[in-house]
Design a binder for this molecule. Structure first.
Ligand SMILES: Cc1ncc(COP(=O)(O)O)c(C=O)c1O
Length: 499
């Protein structure tokens, strides 16, 4: 397919503007561009065809199964979009005075109450814009808490398991703490013996997702909480995997003191293209004074922002947070009503249904029931036939499935991390199983076909190393002569008008 620049024809336009009726302002020469911008010149039908055909070449949860482990790519109910487009929500200005925004404030307050109940912790801030920002905010709360106790300088370490998502160590470093890694034991839990040697009076806390990125619930979580609290440290729950336990078990009851939610995962939100996300945090009451401002509070029948929090860490995001995300998440939660736990129950059921059918054809590093996702290894196929996790992932695209997460977590070689979510039908799961089993068979019978996959996608196998090291993410104008340098100057004039 040609780039839009390659379709450009001098003087062609997608719109015609009315003649100017206002005087043209005088722009000083030194502020003028030397050349008009090189914009594609194209007619409206060609423009529509170009972008429509591009849109059919991409893949999303609306076009097919998207079992991208840890990302919770579930269906986004259309009712959420209808609700978020109510003019009272859509057209609200963030600086609207409180009297004119009571409905929006009430929605945020109600969402806070629900999240507090789900977390099992009493106080919530909706502000952080994503899970990773929730992590950073939570660590800033820890710092503020220990600073007030005179322990900010002694407590420097945060313990993180070797299965952790990359944002965890990144947030720890960004917050000025040091990472202390802890190993995973043969059942896929945190290795408690290793942990005991790592937790002391210099430890500020633990950062853990439970279930872990292996899709396994840590069987020793209460013991782990005792170890940390016994040492005066705090427990942080990375809620990216909350889809496994929502309404069933609560991080606060497990012993966690701070929790972040990934609203865009657990409570549905179009994501995967970079946003928008939502990463609210919930905390135990002793951490509440440090939460970001403003808090959304209720006074009788009225709702308002509360800035009067002398110990707050301040603001972590503009205005009150990603409001459209709040509306969609609230709508999603309310559609389940008191049956919210069904969401997680079906997510766990779907994952175990897949696991049971795939574990013999692939290697299962930790042979246990999984939660909402599970991790397989392609190590045996690699040893026997030279087929890698990447080959399996690419071949799945030929079956119209988005590949699972690959090569993560790092402690599983040739990892495939599969998360079906609760919104997939049994027939879809069955088709996915068939594809995975066929691929495992083809590994021995037709290995070359796998190594060259995908065969039926708009883009074939790319050189990933070259793509990473020499990424070309813009049109290389220098490779294409600029015709606006045409001595007649005619083209330049056209382009200026269009611009
Ligand atoms: C386990 C885990 N923790 C944290 C994050 C970070 O969340 P976000 O992408 O919302 O910043 C992710 C995201 O994929 C994750 O999978």
């Amino acid at each position: 397919m040609k780039l839009i620049y390659e379709k450009s024809q001098e003087g062609r336009r997608a719109s015609s503007l009315p003649p100017r009726s206002l005087p043209v302002p005088e722009i000083p020469d030194d502020l003028r561009r030397e050349h008009p911008p090189r914009l594609p010149e194209i007619s409206e039908p060609e423009l529509v065809r170009h972008f429509t055909s591009l849109s059919t070449r991409t893949f999303g949860v609306d076009t097919g199964f998207y079992p991208l482990g840890s990302c919770t790519m579930k269906h986004n109910p259309r009712v959420n979009e209808r609700v978020v487009n109510f003019p009272g929500f859509r057209d609200l200005h963030p600086l609207q005075e409180e009297e004119g925004a009571q409905g929006a404030l009430e929605l945020m307050w109600r969402l806070q109450e629900i999240l507090a109940e789900v977390a099992g912790l009493p106080a919530v801030s909706l502000q952080p814009a994503a899970g990773s920002q929730g992590e950073l905010t939570g660590l800033m709360l820890m710092r503020a808490y220990f600073a007030e106790r005179g322990e900010a300088e002694t407590r420097r370490k945060i313990v993180i398991p070797d299965t952790a998502h990359g944002t965890n160590p990144a947030s720890v470093t960004m917050a000025g703490y040091e990472v202390t890694p802890v190993q995973t034991d043969p059942r896929g839990n945190i290795d408690v013996d290793d942990l005991r040697t790592k937790v002391d009076e210099h430890t500020a806390g633990l950062m853990l997702t439970n279930p872990s990125t292996l899709g396994l619930f840590d069987e020793n979580i209460e013991e782990i909480a005792r170890i940390f609290h016994g040492a005066g440290a705090l427990m942080y729950y990375d809620g990216a995997n909350l889809n496994a336990v929502c309404g069933i078990s609560r991080p606060g009851d497990m012993g966690f003191d701070i929790v972040h939610f990934n609203l865009h995962k657990t409570f549905s939100q179009p994501h995967g293209g970079g946003g928008p996300g939502g990463g609210p945090i919930a905390v135990r009451d002793r951490l509440e004074p440090y939460l970001p401002v403003p808090a959304v509070v209720r006074d009788g029948e009225r709702f308002r922002y509360d800035y009067d929090r002398p110990k707050t860490i301040g603001k972590v995001r503009g205005f009150a947070g990603p409001f459209g995300v709040f509306v969609r998440s609230y709508a999603y939660i309310r559609s389940y009503g008191p049956h919210l736990r069904e969401m997680s129950e079906v997510a766990v059921l779907n994952a175990n249904y897949l696991l049971a059918q795939l574990k013999d054809a692939y290697e299962l590093p930790f042979d246990r029931l999984c939660m909402h996702e599970f991790v397989l290894s392609v190590r045996t196929l690699k040893r026997q036939h030279g087929i890698t996790a990447l080959d399996v992932a690419k071949r799945l695209m030929d079956y119209d499935f988005h590949p699972p997460t690959v090569y993560f977590p790092l402690n599983v070689p040739e990892a495939l991390m599969i998360e079906p979510t609760e919104t997939e039908a049994k027939e879809t799961l069955d088709e996915f199983v068939q594809a995975m089993l066929e691929i495992a068979r083809d590994a021995s019978e037709r290995p070359d076909e796998l190594k060259e996959a995908p065969h039926h996608r708009p883009v074939g196998r790319v050189d990933e190393v070259k793509a990473a090291k020499r990424a070309v993410v813009r049109y290389l104008f220098e490779d294409h002569p600029d015709l606006s340098a045409d001595p007649s100057g005619a083209r330049q004039l056209e382009a200026q008008k269009g611009a």
